[in-house]
Design a protein around this ligand. Structure first.
Ligand code: TUI
Length: 310
C-alpha cells in the first residue's frame, strides 16, 4: 500500500509538526491542500491549548491530519491520552522514544510514525509495531540528530520492512526524487512551509526565511545542550559563545527558553530562535500552501520523467 492510501491524502507529503508554528488552522490548510497536516503540540503548555487546536483542525477540514507529540515536552503524557480521546487518525513523535505509548495507541487504531535519527531506533520502533518511521536527517531545522538524510535514509530502509518517510533537506522535486531513489515512500517537509501564506509565523520571521541563504544557518547546542538548527542571529551568536565558555546544559536551556515564541509570535528576529533547515537558501518566495505542495509533487513527477529519458 502506498503512503497516500495509508494516510488517505492526495500526496505522500507530511507537514512537520513544528512546535509553536503548526497550529490546528495551519494543519487544516495543509490537509486541504493535499498533504498530511500536522498539529505540533511541542510548544503547547496546557491540555486546553491542545484541545482547542485539535477542535479547530477538525472544524476546518474533513481530510486526515496528524498530531505530533514532542517527547521533551513535560505534558507529552497528557497529549498521548488526548489523541485517543479525539480519535486522531495519525500520530507522529519527535525528540525521544515513544515506546511506552505505542500499545495503547495501537489498541485505539491510531497509526504511528515516530521520527528516528538512527537505524537502531527504527528497528526498535518496528518491533513495537509502528506503521512507519520518519527518518530525519541532520539537514532539518529545529532539534536534530547527527546523520545526514543521504546517509540515514538508505540505512533505515535496509533495516526495516515498514514504510520510511524521509525528512531533512527536502524542498523541491529533485530532492523528493532523490529520497525516493534512496528507498523512502514519501517526505516530511518543514522549512519550505514556513513561507506559506497560511503559516502563522510573524511576518519578520517569514521574510528572514525567504531572504536567508544556507550559509546563514548554524547549530546551537552541539557542545553542551540540545542540538538545534536555526538561522544565525544575535541569540545564536551569544548561545554559541556561552557554549564555548562551558556553560551547563541547564543554563543554556534557560538562556534560550521562550526563544521560539519570541521569533514566531513577537517577530523578534535578533533575540528569537529562528529554527529552519539547510534548505532555507532554496526557499525564497511567500506563496499559498497549495502552490508549495503542488509545486513539490509536480516537480517530483517532472524530474522523474527527465531521469527516465536519460
Ligand atoms: O523534534 C524535532 N524537531 C524539533 S523539536 C523542537 S522544540 C525544541 N525547542 C527547544 C529545544 C529543543 C526542542 C524543535 N524542533 N525533530 C524530530 C527529532 N527527533 N529530531 C531528533 C529526534 C530524536 C532524537 C532522539 C528522536 C528520537 C531520539 O531518541 C533517543 C532515544 O531515546 O533513543
Amino acid at each position: 500500500m502506498n503512503l497516500q492510501n495509508i494516510f488517505g491524502t492526495k500526496y505522500p507529503i507530511i507537514q512537520g509538526g513544528m512546535a509553536n508554528i503548526a497550529t490546528g488552522e495551519f494543519a487544516a490548510a495543509v490537509s486541504n491542500a493535499g498533504g498530511l497536516g500536522t498539529i505540533g503540540t511541542g510548544g503547547m503548555k496546557t491540555e486546553e491549548e491542545v484541545r482547542k487546536n485539535i477542535e479547530a483542525c477538525k472544524n476546518l477540514t474533513d481530510k486526515p491530519f496528524a498530531v505530533n507529540i514532542m517527547l521533551l515536552n513535560p505534558n507529552a503524557d497528557e497529549v498521548a491520552e488526548l489523541v485517543i480521546e479525539y480519535k486522531v487518525p495519525i500520530v507522529t513523535t519527535g525528540a525521544g522514544n515513544p515506546a511506552k505509548y505505542i500499545d495503547k495507541w495501537k489498541e485505539n487504531g491510531i497509526k504511528i510514525f515516530p521520527v528516528v535519527p538512527t537505524s537502531s531506533l527504527a528497528i526498535r520502533m518496528e518491533r513495537l509495531g509502528v506503521d512507519g518511521v520518519i527518518a530525519e536527517g541532520t539537514e532539518a531545522g529545529g532539534h536534530i540528530g547527527d546523520i545526514s538524510t543521504m546517509a540515514l535514509v538508505p540505512q533505515v530502509c535496509d533495516a526495516v520492512n515498514i514504510p520510511v518517510i524521509a525528512a531533512g533537506g527536502i524542498a523541491d522535486g529533485r530532492q523528493m526524487l532523490a529520497v525516493k531513489a534512496l528507498g523512502a515512500e514519501g517526505v516530511q517537509i518543514g522549512t519550505s512551509l514556513l513561507v506559506a501564506e497560511e503559516c502563522p509565523i510573524h511576518q519578520n520571521f517569514k521574510e528572514k526565511v525567504a531572504k536567508a541563504k544556507s550559509t546563514n544557518i548554524v547549530v546551537t547546542g552541539r557542545i553542551g545542550g540540545i542540538p538545534v538548527r536555526l538561522i544565525k542571529n544575535k541569540m545564536s551568536n551569544e548561545y554559541i559563545k556561552k557554549e564555548k565558555e562551558g556553560w551547563e546544559k541547564e543554563q543554556l536551556e534557560i538562556f534560550t527558553l521562550g526563544g521560539l515564541k519570541k521569533a514566531v509570535i513577537d517577530g523578534d528576529v535578533e533575540n528569537g530562535s529562528l529554527m529552519a533547515g539547510q534548505v532555507v537558501g532554496q526557499v525564497n518566495e511567500i506563496r499559498p500552501v497549495k502552490e508549495i505542495l503542488d509545486g513539490l509533487y509536480n516537480g517530483y513527477l517532472k524530474e522523474l520523467e527527465k531521469i527516465k529519458c536519460l
